[in-house]
Design a protein around this ligand. Sequence first.
Ligand code: ZN
Length: 139
Amino acid sequence: MIDHITSGFAFDVLRILGIDGRGGAVVTAAMNVVSQRQERKDIVKIQDRELKPSEVDRIALIAPKATINIIRNYEVTSKKVVELPQVIRGIMKCDNPSCISNSREPVEAQFRVDQREPIRLRCYFCGHIMEREDVLKQF
Ligand SMILES: [Zn+2]
């Protein structure tokens, strides 16, 4: 179960996980639920699905407060908050076509996190800014 997703982004989380409902797994999504702290949030429950680290990294970019809860026999056996590092590497490309990270040089794209929510990333090489919508287009 993925809890505390930024409200309105449950479908993006499902898209990041490649879940379109046609794989047969039981999927439950709740949107704009009021949390105990009186904030709106989305929740996604997926049966029998483990998350890869690269998927968790992508979820952290759009829902930095999300928690990944593993439930076995109706009990939460582990609970952890996604981590949004200060530097993002390896999961996205820079939008600027003339950036050195998009050339034939063996340079891996790298971004500094300027703002956490909504996310704003700054390319380490060319300074290009990428906002949440730009990030979502790549997922
Ligand atoms: Zn760049």
